[in-house]
Structures are given as structure tokens and as C-alpha cells.
Design a protein around this ligand. Structure first.
Ligand code: GDP
Ligand code: MG
Length: 647
């Protein structure tokens, strides 16, 4: 164990630029994985990830590397969620992870596809994170980012040009960038921190790699501090309980994390205490990628488990300290590492099985998912219109997909709603996580909603259209804060925005208005009172509470109009004419109607061929799957989401 020989780093890349391939190649080159064990893309372990080709969960891999200086180094590759392509929720978790990831490593490889370059949205999705890292480095935190210009084997690759782009767009020095081909093993063989520099023309060796920065380096002084380990990931294992991935930050001899020593560890945020039953390092290709070790010391990355019951006890970003040694004595109380933020669910949606018989199955499935996902919060919800279901915080669309895929459920998901704070006339304050639960206007004195500080990063030519987007959503709701140049071509625009506006199709709009070049990052800042009203929808005179939405009074009319018009296109025709109305209280503010269906859908197939008829019936059967009857009218899944993307 020599802390000066430990290198903890991660790989940042836009999707498809070669992050997984590079990781695999590093594992292979360091012989961390025997060739026959080499499955493509080892680090992407979940099924869904593999299928989508993205990395959702953080993982880590330890490699032993014998450098040309004759020394042995330990490389810990910490994998991080790679891209923000689905929804707003992901950007939130990325943000949290991004910071923790920054704490877990000292170096980052920025992989850029040299055949596409920065212009192809590469940096767009990561600009904010990279900028933050650059910023940290400026602050003297020794975060080293090494650009890797990948895919130089491709005929169209131009490493020099792309290096120039990286310098211009994010101001990252490329004089020591590595030209590589993860696929063909070029620029990989030596180490992630070496190889032929593109421009400097000087080969770097492993010894010039960034060691643990002084602030984090486990110097002798630091080793005499009581143990503190940062939790950067965890997952639930049915046999061993929660497996916790950690980076040991400080620890003296007694404070090292040892297995089987009856050392009691404590999670600072949750307060949970467990005995450390096993500790080890993360080595893909060995067992479950985990290899038991007698001890983990400061600077090392590994795992610990101790029959931990729930991921709720071991949250990402939390700190592990020792609460008692085996002789029963306790170390002095130790402060948690900075940076942990309690996850506060701020956005909820309704989950209803299309078949009422699936209610119990849905409950069981949610319970199983919860074991692995501390941020998943849910409670039963009964709706007169929808029957039995659940109200859950909607973060990430992947769990909804997992529910449907892994548990074979058919679900209707209602549009997400932020959590409003409502002050009632008697002075009590309640949290309202569903528009349907908002009391009538005369019973409350004040309603406030969460606001975010939104940063939009984009090439400067898109600033106008993005400002329009941020400002004019549903009636001048965004408040401009400022605009800064980051690099000669890019700007960062800051707005205060209601979170409710962000969870609509804001992300898609931002992408389409900027041709994919913009990215965003936001943080919830405060609750602000606003003149908000509930806009109800009536379908064939029946109220449809799951379609209700809370909007600013000034925008209610126009939203009502757009919503009824959109619903008209989304709800299939019935045997009878269906009126669609939008109302505030008793007052109808907009209406539209779906005309009755013609006699027989199959009529037009008379005399036609049978396969066409079958196709039509099939199509109807499929459509039915994701429908829920409200009153006499079948409402398809898309209609429940209509309010998110009003034209
Ligand atoms: P990720 O999304 O960043 O993890 O990217 P992957 O590692 O999955 O790579 C995306 C695609 O690019 C795959 O088809 C890889 O085979 C290919 N690829 C990755 N690195 C290289 C390279 O150096 N050269 C070439 N020609 N293709 C590569
Ligand atoms: Mg990948």
C-alpha cells in the first residue's frame, strides 16, 4: 500500500464517443480481465443500460498497472452516468452525482470523437459539468482533465482540429491530449495518463500522472485522522444486503476499514449503524466484480457490506465513519464529508395499472424497486376517475420502463406535478403533490411553488431563442438573471424559473431550438408565492381529476384552449359526441368537442382483404392496452401527458 501510487479517475464522454470501449480497453490492457472473461462493455451492467447503450449506474474498476518506470500503480476507474438525454429528472440526479464524482476522483479523461468533434454536441451535454471541474481546478483543487481524442483510426478523424475545438469551446489545454483509438488499442497501451501527445509531441509516462492532490492525499498526518469514506454508489443484493461503493478519504491505522473485525460503521446522514462484514476492491471479472480484501485504506476505492437492510441507510454522497471498535471503544466523533444533499422529492406523478387486477403486482414491484432506489418514494392513491394506484416521485423514466418490462405491468402514468406549498385560511401549511388535491381557492390564503436557478449553456448564436424559451413559457414566468461568456463562442444564461415550467417539454424545446447544442443544469432554490389556479378538465361533462393542472392565472385561458384542442386530437372518437371543457372552479374557460365515430370501424373494410381487417383490429387491441376509462370515455396514455407539450 503506497498512497502515492493510487490514481482515481473517471471518464467523461458524450454518448457514442467511446467511453465504454475505452474502459474495456483499459481493463484489457492492464489484464484486469482475462480475455475469455471479456464481455463487451463490462462497465454497463444493467440490462436496460446495455440495451440503450447508456450507463445509468456508477460503477468502479480497479486495475493494477505496471508502468515503464518499473513501479506498480493502482488505477481506479470510477464510472459515472454518462449523458443527459431523457428528461429533466436525470439532470437532477446527474448534478448530484456529478459533484460526488468530483469528490471521488482526482482525474478525468474527456473522450471526444475525433471524427465528429465538439461541434457534434459533444461538449454541449457536458459543458456545465466540465466547466465546473475546470472551475474547481482554478480554485486550486487539482482536478486534472485530460482530453482523449478518440477514433483516430477513422478516415474522417482530425485530432488536431478537434483539439483546437476543445481548447476554444471549453478552454481546456490540449497540448497534452492523447490521440487514441479505443477500438484498435492506439494510445491505450501505456496508461490512461500517457501516450503520445498530439501537439506537444512528448510522450508522457505514468509517473507524470496526477497523484492524489495534496488536499486529499493520505499523508501521514491525514492517515491519523479517524476514518471517513465517501459513499458514491450502492445497490441492493438479495443475499448480502446493500453493497456500498466507497472511496476512503481519511483513516489512521485503527480507522482503516477492516473486515470481520467487528468494527461498527455509521452512515452520517441516515444515522444507520452496521458491522462491516466484508470489505474489498472492485475488480471486473472476479466474482461479482468484487474481491474481498482484509483492509481498505485512505485513498482506496472499494466496497463494504454488512447486511445493510436498505439503500435508504447508505445513500449516495453520505459519509461512513467508525462508531465503535471491536473492543467497544469509540473514536472521537467525526464530521461528515461536505457535499451531501438530502434528496427531496419535488415532482410527483400518478401510477395506475390499466387492469385493476394488477394493483397488487404494482405494489409488490414498487417495493422491490424501492430496495434499490432510495429516492423512490410512493404512497397509495385512490382516484374516483382512475381507481386504485400510487402517487410516486417521478425521477428518471427508467424505473417506469423497468416496472413495465421486468414486472410485466401495463401502466397509465399521469403528468408530473411539482409540490406546492399551500397556506390554508386557518394558517396551516400543507404540501400538495397533485393538482387534484388542491383545495378550492376560497379555503386558502396563499400558494407557492418551487423555483429553480436554471443555467443554459449554448453557442452564442442560440442565446436569443433560448432566452425566449426561458422567458415566455406560459406567460412571462421566467426571470432573467445574467449571461456570461464561457470561452469565445459559448454563453451561460441564467434564469429563475418555476420548476413547473421546467418539467414540461422544456428540455426538448431547448434541444430543438439549439439544434442539440445547448445543455442545461438547474438547482431548486426556493418557494415563491404566485397567483396560481387549478385548471380542471371535463370529458363529456365528467370531471377528469388526473388531467387537472395548476397554472398561473394569467395563462389559464390560453392553456385551457390549447389543452382542450390537444386532447381533442389525442382522445379517440367514441360512439357519441364528446365535449371537452377546461374550467376554473365553476367557470368554463375553454371548450372543444370530439365528433362521434362513424358507424362501424370495419365498415370500410367490407369486401377488402382479411389481413387488413386483422391489422385494424390488432391496432385497436394495442391501443386499448394503454387506456383508462374516465366516465364513458377511453383516454389514452398520451392524453394524460398532453399538458406537458402544448403547442
Ligand atoms: P459510449 O456511448 O461513449 O460508451 O461509446 P461506446 O464505447 O459504446 O462506442 C460507441 C461506438 O463507437 C461503438 O460502436 C464502438 O465500437 C465505436 N468506437 C468506440 N471507440 C472507437 C474507436 O476508437 N474507433 C472506431 N472506429 N470506433 C470506435
Ligand atoms: Mg457506454
Amino acid at each position: 500500500y503506497d498512497p502515492s501510487k493510487i490514481r482515481n479517475f473517471c471518464i467523461i464522454a458524450h454518448i457514442d464517443h467511446g467511453k465504454s470501449t475505452l474502459a474495456d480497453r483499459l481493463l484489457e490492457t492492464t489484464r484486469s480481465v482475462a480475455a475469455r472473461e471479456m464481455k463487451a462493455q463490462l462497465l454497463d451492467s444493467m440490462d436496460i443500460e446495455r440495451e440503450r447503450g447508456i450507463t445509468i449506474k456508477l460503477q468502479a474498476a480497479r486495475m493494477d498497472y505496471f508502468a515503464s518506470d518499473g513501479e506498480r500503480y493502482i488505477l481506479n476507474l470510477i464510472d459515472t452516468p454518462g449523458h443527459v438525454d431523457f428528461a429533466y429528472e436525470v439532470s437532477r440526479s446527474l448534478q448530484a452525482h456529478g459533484e460526488i464524482w468530483g469528490d471521488a476522483c482526482e482525474g478525468a479523461l474527456l473522450v471526444v470523437d475525433a471524427s465528429q468533434g465538439v461541434e457534434a454536441q459533444t461538449i454541449a451535454n457536458h459543458a456545465s459539468r466540465i466547466n465546473r471541474q475546470v472551475y474547481r481546478r482554478v480554485l486550486g483543487q487539482d482536478l486534472e482533465i485530460l482530453p482523449v481524442l478518440n477514433k483516430i483510426d477513422l478516415p474522417g478523424a482530425d485530432a488536431d482540429k478537434v483539439a483546437g475545438e476543445v481548447e476554444d469551446v471549453i478552454g481546456l489545454d490540449c497540448s497534452e491530449a492523447i490521440a487514441a483509438s479505443a477500438k484498435q488499442g492506439i494510445g491505450i497501451e501505456v496508461s490512461p495518463w500517457s501516450g503520445q501527445a498530439v501537439r506537444g509531441g512528448q510522450a508522457r509516462s505514468m509517473t507524470s500522472a496526477p497523484p492524489l492532490p495534496p488536499s486529499l492525499r493520505p499523508s501521514s498526518r491525514r492517515r491519523h485522522l479517524p476514518l471517513r469514506a465517501l459513499v458514491f454508489d450502492s445497490y441492493y443484493d438479495a443475499y448480502r444486503g446493500v453493497i456500498v461503493f466507497i472511496r476512503v478519504v481519511d483513516g489512521k491505522t485503527l480507522g482503516e476499514l477492516r473486515k470481520g473485525d467487528r468494527i461498527q460503521i455509521q452512515f452520517s446522514a441516515s444515522g444507520a449503524k452496521y458491522e462491516a462484514l466484508e470489505v474489498g476492491v472492485l475488480t471486473p471479472g472476479v466474482g461479482a466484480g468484487q474481491q474481498s480484501r482484509p483492509v481498505l485504506r485512505a485513498g482506496e476505492v472499494g466496497y463494504v457490506h454488512g447486511a445493510i437492510k436498505s439503500v435508504d441507510d447508505a445513500r449516495v454522497g453520505d459519509t461512513i465513519t467508525i462508531s465503535a471498535y471491536k473492543d467497544g471503544s469509540a473514536p472521537p466523533p467525526t464530521e461528515a464529508l461536505p457535499g451531501y444533499r438530502e434528496p427531496v422529492p419535488m415532482v410527483y406523478c400518478g401510477l395506475f395499472p390499466t387492469e385493476t387486477t394488477q394493483y397488487q403486482l404494482l405494489r409488490d414491484s414498487l417495493e422491490k424497486l424501492k430496495l434499490n432506489d432510495a429516492a423512490l418514494v410512493w404512497e397509495p392513491e385512490t382516484s374516483s376517475a382512475m381507481g386504485f394506484g400510487f402517487r410516486a416521485c417521478c425521477h428518471g423514466d427508467h424505473w417506469q420502463e423497468r416496472l413495465e418490462r421486468e414486472y410485466d405491468l401495463d401502466l397509465i402514468v399521469t403528468a408530473p406535478s411539482v409540490v406546492y406549498e399551500v397556506e390554508l385560511n386557518d394558517g396551516t401549511v400543507e404540501r400538495v403533490d397533485s393538482p387534484a388535491k388542491l383545495c378550492d381557492a376560497d379555503k386558502r390564503s396563499c400558494i407557492s411553488e418551487p423555483y429553480v436557478k436554471m443555467e443554459l449553456f449554448a453557442p452564442k448564436e442560440y442565446s436569443g431563442t433560448l432566452m425566449e424559451l426561458a422567458q415566455q413559457r406560459r406567460g412571462e414566468r421566467g426571470e432573467y438573471r445574467d449571461m456570461k461568456f464561457i470561452g469565445p463562442e459559448r454563453v451561460a444564461i441564467t434564469y429563475d424559473l418555476p420548476l413547473a415550467e421546467v418539467i414540461t417539454d422544456f428540455f426538448d424545446q431547448m434541444k430543438s431550438r439549439s439544434k442539440g447544442y445547448a445543455s442545461m443544469e438547474y438547482q431548486i432554490t426556493e418557494n415563491r408565492p404566485n397567483d396560481l389556479v387549478r385548471l380542471d378538465i371535463l370529458i363529456a361533462q365528467e370531471p377528469a381529476p388526473p388531467l387537472s393542472t395548476i397554472v398561473h392565472r394569467d395563462a389559464a385561458h390560453s392553456i385551457g384552449k390549447k389543452l382542450t384542442r390537444t386532447l381533442k386530437d389525442l382522445i379517440p372518437r367514441q360512439q357519441f359526441k364528446v365535449a371537452l371543457q377546461a374550467a376554473i372552479g365553476q367557470k368554463i374557460v375553454a371548450s372543444s368537442a370530439i365528433s362521434a365515430m362513424r358507424k362501424d370501424v370495419l365498415a370500410k373494410c367490407y369486401g377488402g382483404d382479411i389481413s387488413r381487417k386483422k391489422k385494424l383490429l390488432n391496432k385497436q387491441a394495442k391501443g386499448k392496452k394503454r387506456m383508462k376509462a374516465i366516465g364513458k370515455v377511453n383516454v389514452p396514455q398520451e392524453a394524460f401527458m398532453a399538458v406537458l407539450s402544448l403547442k
